[in-house]
Write a new protein. Structure first.
Lengths: 515, 133
């Protein structure tokens, strides 16, 4: 007798109707048994103040039953600056953990075995450096690289499109991304070297169809560059992963994931001739929409997040981050982040939505929405193809302008009252209960600066200089830079020094703003 | 006919999340103001220089990264140094209530937290300018 039953005892099948989940093009999910076989990974994005405090939070989250880690870096690190750079003033440890050298990375993962937990790292322009540090920590722990699991965001295209954390111009950035993809294909078979991200595109104000289209088109750009590098599609495509937003429109979001799987599978098989089934399957992480959270009546955010998370699960996500109720204000406090994790656990263990794969498949409405989103995204992809790919499209500001217009339209709808946001332009309250917020200790930044001063004094500076020179030479000659980046981080060269060296070779990028 | 109000919108600091800044820039433009959008990663010096060159009456700063207490006082200080105290500085973003009070004490004209309607911001600027402040 099946252990899958309704609360009242009715037996449940794996799925209802045709096609079956796990069948090409995977509209109903990439695994035949979906959550019956394996729940999604509950992975809360976190990092703040200092490597020490972040390490403590990770140990706490693992103890609470979280099944994966996800590292948030602070803005200086994301932009390739050290904690003691003048430009980092006031920003060290504010939006994530500062990691300036291998020493900081060692602290972040103290007491956490890298073959026992999969770790996602949200880092883009300096992704090659932070990944090298991660591999160096694995080596110190005696963990073979072949056993290292996890995901590097390493998606630079969406930075030019939406989040704007870029350092170098697009083409050299793409070269560095491809270095990581190539090196990963050779050395870390269980690691995802890119997480092609729609999340930030959506947060910047895009529609669901734009998020879908620009993300998949970015993915194709990485495929093209890796092929150009001489890799075979089936060597790297199985390790490409995706990251989507889940916003408020419940059914549209579910349809978006269904359409994404079909578009990717068809393109990988049809356009690129991928032969391995794993190359066709779009695996994705989901995060609830930060931009949907409100400052007003913050407890309402728990409800929004729960509904969004449910849509992610009904859409077949492989891992999930649920936002905390206080994130319109600040990085989440411990109580808030625990409640966000509990939200996922309630969906997973109490709602019984995990018993049947793609429960909405066959609904006239959801099938039609899936078809429409696929069509709309396909049309965008064709337009970008006609522009010569994503880089020319970015250079002419095409995705940026589409997103800016969509975001302004959305704001106008709120202003006119056509769209109601509960607690903001409807059902507002004068008196509100104040939240207990996480405050980042200003001294954390000062401690980072002191630690770096000591590191710069004590390390073998001759080795650092030699490693940086060799790295610049490799970049200049167009070789894969990963071996040189690894040597530099092991010599305790800092993120700022390494990015600085590469900036000398590649130059830096300033965007022309599109309003 | 009165002259159009001139506003500089800028994003100081390292953060690149410019959705809010762009929406505000567009909204103020639609409200009839002359908007100069300075864009991302503007240092306090760059912002004040641009404000001088563009001869604006208002500087709008969008900050979501928590770095407002380090950045805003430097902008205010530079404005005083250059005797541009008559330029109104308004700040938008994730600014906690206590910090908003403190920033206003230091000379910020207005602080707008998430959810503030465009109309309210445009109205505030108009009243500030008409009040001859």
């Amino acid at each position: 007798m099946s252990r899958f039953r309704t609360l009242g005892g009715l037996p449940l099948e794996n799925h209802y109707g045709e096609p079956a989940p796990g069948e090409f093009p995977y509209v109903r999910g990439i695994h035949p048994g979906m959550y019956r076989d394996r729940l999604w990974t509950m992975r809360q994005f976190s990092g703040f103040a200092s490597p020490e405090e972040t390490n403590e939070r990770y140990l706490y989250l693992l103890k609470q039953g979280q099944t994966g880690l996800s590292v948030a870096f602070d803005l200086p690190t994301l932009m390739g600056y050290d904690s003691d750079d003048g430009i980092a003033l006031g920003e060290v440890g504010k939006c994530g953990v500062p990691v300036s050298s291998l020493e900081d990375m060692e602290t972040v993962f103290r007491g956490i075995r890298l073959d026992e937990v999969s770790v996602s790292m949200t880092i883009n322009s300096p992704a090659n450096i932070l990944w090298a540090m991660y591999l160096a920590v694995a080596e110190q722990q005696g963990v073979p690289w072949a056993a290292v699991q996890g995901t590097l965001q390493n998606d630079i295209l969406k930075e030019y499109i939406a989040q704007k954390e870029f350092i170098y111009p697009p083409r050299p950035s793409m070269k560095l991304v491809t270095d990581v993809i190539e090196y990963s294909a050779r050395h870390t078979p269980k690691y995802n070297p890119v997480s092609v991200s729609g999340y930030h595109i959506r947060e910047a104000g895009s529609t669901a169809a734009q998020e879908l289209a620009f993300t998949l088109r970015d993915g194709l750009e990485y495929v093209d560059w890796a092929l150009e590098r001489g890799l075979a599609v089936d060597e790297f495509a199985p390790r490409l992963s995706f990251f989507f937003n889940v916003h408020n429109d419940f059914f549209e979001e579910i349809a978006k994931y269904r359409a994404a799987r079909v578009l990717w599978a068809e393109t990988m098989r049809g356009r690129y001739g991928a032969r391995e089934e794993r190359s066709w399957k779009l695996r994705f992480h989901t995060q609830t929409a930060g931009c949907s959270l409100t400052w007003q009546q913050p407890y309402n955010n728990v409800v929004r997040t729960a509904i969004q998370a449910l849509a992610g699960v009904l859409g077949g996500t492989q891992s999930l981050h649920t936002n905390s109720l206080d994130e319109a204000y600040a990085l989440p406090g411990e109580e808030a982040v625990t409640l966000a994790l509990r939200t996922q656990q309630i969906i997973a263990h109490e709602s019984n939505v995990t018993a049947v794969a793609d429960p909405l498949g066959g609904s006239h409405f959801v099938e039609e929405l899936t078809r429409r989103l696929k069509e709309e995204a396909g049309a965008y992809i064709a337009r970008i193809d006609a522009m010569g790919g994503m880089i020319p499209a970015i250079e002419r500001g095409f995705p940026q302008a589409e997103i800016a217009s969509a975001s302004y339209r959305y704001q106008r709808e709120i202003e006119s009252g056509e769209r109601i946001i509960v607690g903001v332009n409807g059902y507002a309250q004068a008196e509100e209960r104040p939240l207990e917020l996480l405050r980042i200790d200003e001294a954390a930044g000062e401690r980072q600066v002191a630690k770096l001063a000591r590191l710069r004094r004590e390390r073998a500076n001759g080795r650092v200089r030699a490693a940086l020179d060799e790295l610049k030479r490799a970049a200049d000659e167009g070789r894969n830079t990963m071996p040189e980046v690894l040597e530099a981080v092991k010599a305790y060269a800092t993120v700022g020094e390494i990015c600085g060296g590469l900036r000398e070779v590649y130059g830096s990028w300033t965007e022309t703003a599109v309003l | 006919m009165s002259q159009r109000i001139r506003v500089l919108v800028a994003k100081p600091g390292l953060d690149g999340h410019d959705r809010g800044a762009k929406v505000i820039a567009r909204g103020l433009r639609d409200a009839g103001m002359e908007v100069i959008y300075a864009g991302l990663r503007q240092s306090p010096e760059m912002i004040v220089n641009a404000a001088l060159q563009e001869d604006v009456q208002v500087i709008g700063l969008s900050i979501l990264s928590g770095a407002h207490n380090a950045i805003v006082p430097r902008v205010l200080g530079l404005l005083r140094e250059k005797e541009m105290d008559d330029v109104a500085v308004i700040v938008g973003g994730t600014i906690p209530d206590g910090d908003a009070v403190e920033l206003k004490k230091q000379g910020v004209a207005g602080v707008f937290q998430p959810g503030a309607p465009l109309e309210e911001i445009a109205g505030f600027i108009r009243r500030w300018i008409e009040g001859g402040r």
